[in-house]
Design a protein around this ligand. Structure first.
Ligand code: SAM
Length: 183
């Protein structure tokens, strides 16, 4: 998967973040994970490993090409039974899906980040983690850049840090991960 990401210049979270996501998931004994923006399944693969045979990862992406690739990788890894694949908008699925999750991982288009916060809050269990990638956005959040993705990440971070229902820390590994625990 890492080789394919390099060839296609596809932005996966990479091994350092993947391994950290795995650690977070096993630390809270996560059994249900909802991913928003799964690409061809690299981050989902780490979560699938963490939740174990009795766990479930809900995978969402808007590209059927990514989903076809993901299916092949999950089959090769023997994880197909613990991953539920949806060709669907991550924000919409938060409104529709039933149940509560131990972890919600957000990696969709950056301009859509702000609209995810309250929706994710409503679908997490207490003590569950809302994790978002790219909150440093390659440093652009501190630049003069006012493009919609940069504004999206900035607005998201402001809302998240002041959210009364989450306790949040930003971990500056790779492109920055926010880790918010639902209070
Ligand atoms: C950065 S990539 C995801 C990488 C993946 N999390 C990983 O590390 O392996 C972002 C993905 O989000 C998908 N995407 C963008 N907006 C989305 C949305 N609103 N709902 C679901 N998927 C979305 C894109 O198709 C793309 O594959």
């Amino acid at each position: 998967m890492e080789e394919l990401a390099r060839e296609k210049e596809f932005p996966i979270v990479g091994r350092q973040v993947g391994s950290f996501l795995y650690q977070l998931a096993i630390t809270i004994n996560a059994k249900s994970v909802l991913e928003l923006g799964s690409g061809f399944g690299y981050s989902a693969y780490w979560f699938a490993k963490a939740v174990g045979e009795d766990g479930q990862v809900v995978f969402t992406d808007l590209s059927s090409e990514n989903i076809d690739l993901a299916r092949q990788f999950f089959k090769r890894g023997g994880f197909q039974d613990r991953i539920q694949i949806h060709l669907e908008d991550g924000a919409l699925i938060l409104d529709e899906i039933s149940g509560e999750f131990d972890i919600i991982f957000n990696d969709i288009e950056k301009e859509d980040y702000p609209q995810i916060i309250d929706r994710a809050y409503n679908k997490l269990r207490s003590g569950g983690l809302f994790i978002t990638d790219n909150v440093l956005w390659h440093g652009r959040v501190l630049s003069q850049d006012n493009s919609p993705p940069t504004e999206g990440v900035r607005g998201f971070t402001e809302l998240l840090m002041s959210h009364k229902g989450f306790y949040t820390t930003i971990i500056p590994i790779r492109d920055g991960l926010s880790i918010s625990v639902k209070l």
